[in-house]
Design a protein. Structure first.
Length: 121
C-alpha cells in the first residue's frame, strides 16, 4: 500500500472514484458545483409530484442513480478512509458520504410514491 498524507494508506490498485474522468476534465470545484446544481434540479423535480408525478418519479430515479454513484466513493476513494491505530475508520469525507444512504432510501420511497400517483391519474 502506498502511504498518503497523515499516515493514511491507499488501497491496493489505487482505486479512483467513478467521476475521476470528469474531475480531470472540469476540475474538482466545477464538478462539486455541477453535483450541487444537479441535486437542486432533482429535488425540484421530486417536489413537483402534486402537479407532475411522472416528472417526480424521473427525478427520484435519477437521484437514486446519483446517490448510488456518490456512495460508491466510499469504496473507490482512498481519502474516504483513515487509519487510526492500525484499523480503518471513515474520514470526515467518508462520514459526509454516509448521509447518501438515507437519501438513497428516500429517493426510492419518493419514486414509488410518484409512480403510484402517476398510475392514479
Amino acid at each position: 500500500m502506498r502511504r498518503l498524507r497523515g499516515g493514511e494508506h491507499s488501497p491496493p490498485g489505487d482505486l479512483k472514484p467513478p467521476l475521476a474522468w470528469l474531475i480531470a476534465r472540469l476540475g474538482e470545484k466545477n464538478v462539486a458545483r455541477l453535483l450541487g446544481v444537479t441535486e437542486i434540479v432533482l429535488g425540484s423535480l421530486i417536489g413537483a409530484k402534486p402537479i407532475a408525478p411522472r416528472a417526480s418519479a424521473l427525478g427520484s430515479l435519477a437521484a437514486v442513480g446519483m446517490f448510488a454513484t456518490t456512495l460508491s466513493f466510499l469504496a473507490t476513494t482512498p481519502e474516504a478512509w483513515q487509519e487510526t491505530r492500525g484499523e480503518p475508520k471513515l474520514s470526515l469525507a467518508g462520514q459526509f458520504l454516509v448521509k447518501d444512504v438515507v437519501l438513497l432510501g428516500a429517493s426510492l420511497l419518493t419514486a414509488a410514491d410518484a409512480l403510484h400517483a402517476a398510475e392514479r391519474r
